[in-house]
Design a binder for this molecule. Structure first.
Ligand SMILES: O=P(O)(O)O[C@@H]1C[C@H](O)[C@@H](CO)O1
Ligand SMILES: Nc1nc2[nH]cnc2c(=O)[nH]1
Length: 330
């Protein structure tokens, strides 16, 4: 008996009020529809096979570009690109600053695939669709995932234009059951109960800090905790204060589901947030954030982010797949 059958049984036996039952059934269906379990292994495989037959690139590194940071894809050598609409199973990007192209190419001698535009939960995509490309990358042979995003800062030491290397995250939607791993586990991708204590690879974080020194941008860089909220609205002042008190350094509307799915299937992950705005925390402050401002700051710093990511890819050891690799079947 599944949860819906159980609720219907309660209704028949008059154990629960019918309105409560309808609401609960709706929520159960909704949760089920938003988990990767609503996609079969074949759907990921079909996308991976399609890409294998349409490009000779065999990427080892995948990069997901955050809002306004898609220009990184333009720096890849020997490029081949595909509109998301052409790739079987890929959803569409609907947000300004997310072009909706998958770009294959070479960066510092390493084969890469770059998402010029990501999918967000607030666009109405299920979490399985939001994270779909990550599992496709795994099937393509990718070993390392680099995620970037635009985020608002709560930490006093983080200013617009700064780069925060993500040390850890808080997946707030996961607290209320919006986790991409909910549903039957696909053992071919990873274990039922994956650890998340090493989800942002320490060695890559140290390497990025070293590269920051060489690029003379240490003044712009620090490590911190990223929190994902559902969006699409930015934070109220009370929400901002709550996040600040909880120890969140930067807040955004993406990344955590991708990283959870990547860690589940044994990918090594590096993440960075480009701080595009300070989150307003006082009622006296008349500032307010908007998406155009976010994109503007992203574009101003995109070259610096590109340099950091490019050097990191050049210097990373592609064969060290970090501590999360043990559970995968590939
Ligand atoms: O894709 P990311 O996380 O970079 O996008 C951030 C969060 C919202 O999508 C948008 C708000 O401006 O930027
Ligand atoms: N939630 C959230 N996402 C962002 N993305 C860029 N800036 C912000 C912000 O201030 N809050």
């Amino acid at each position: 008996m599944n949860s819906t059958h159980m609720l219907l049984f309660c209704l028949r036996e008059r154990l629960l009020d019918s309105d409560v039952i309808s609401l609960a059934c709706f929520l159960v269906e909704d949760l089920r529809a938003s988990s990767p379990a609503d996609l079969s292994h074949d759907e990921y495989q079909t996308a991976a096979d399609w890409l294998r037959t349409h490009t000779r690139h065999r990427p080892e590194v995948a990069i997901i570009c955050g809002s306004g940071l898609g220009m990184l894809a333009d720096t890849l050598g020997c490029q081949e690109s595909f509109a998301y609409s052409d790739v079987p199973g890929f959803p569409q990007s609907t947000v300004q600053g997310h072009a909706g192209r998958l770009v294959f190419g070479v960066l510092k001698g390493k084969m890469c695939v770059c998402m010029q535009g990501r999918f967000h939960m607030y666009e109405g995509h299920t979490l399985s669709k939001t994270t779909f490309p990550v599992r496709v990358f795994k099937l393509l042979g990718v070993k390392t995932l680099i995620v970037t995003n635009a985020a608002g800062s709560l930490a006093d030491g983080l200013q617009p234009g700064d780069i925060m290397i993500i040390k850890d995250h808080i997946n707030f939607p996961g607290f209320v059951g919006l986790n991409p791993l909910i549903g039957p586990n696909d053992d071919k991708f990873g274990p039922r109960f994956p650890a998340m204590s090493n989800c942002y690879d320490k060695e890559l974080r140290c390497l990025a800090t070293e590269i920051g020194k060489q690029l003379e941008i240490t003044g712009l860089m620090r490590e911190g905790v990223y929190a994902m909220v559902g969006g699409p609205n930015f934070e109220s002042i009370a929400e901002a204060r709550l996040l600040h008190r909880l120890g969140v350094d930067a807040v955004g509307m993406s990344t955590a589901p991708e990283v959870v799915v990547a860690t589940h299937c044994g990918l090594r992950v590096f993440g960075l947030s480009l701080i595009t705005n300070k989150v307003v925390k006082t009622y006296e402050d008349s500032d307010s954030v908007n998406h155009e401002g976010v994109l503007e700051v992203s574009r101003l710093r995109s070259v610096t982010v590109q340099q950091l990511v490019t050097e990191l890819i050049g210097k990373m050891d592609i064969n060290n797949n970090g501590p999360n690799d043990a559970g995968t079947k590939f």
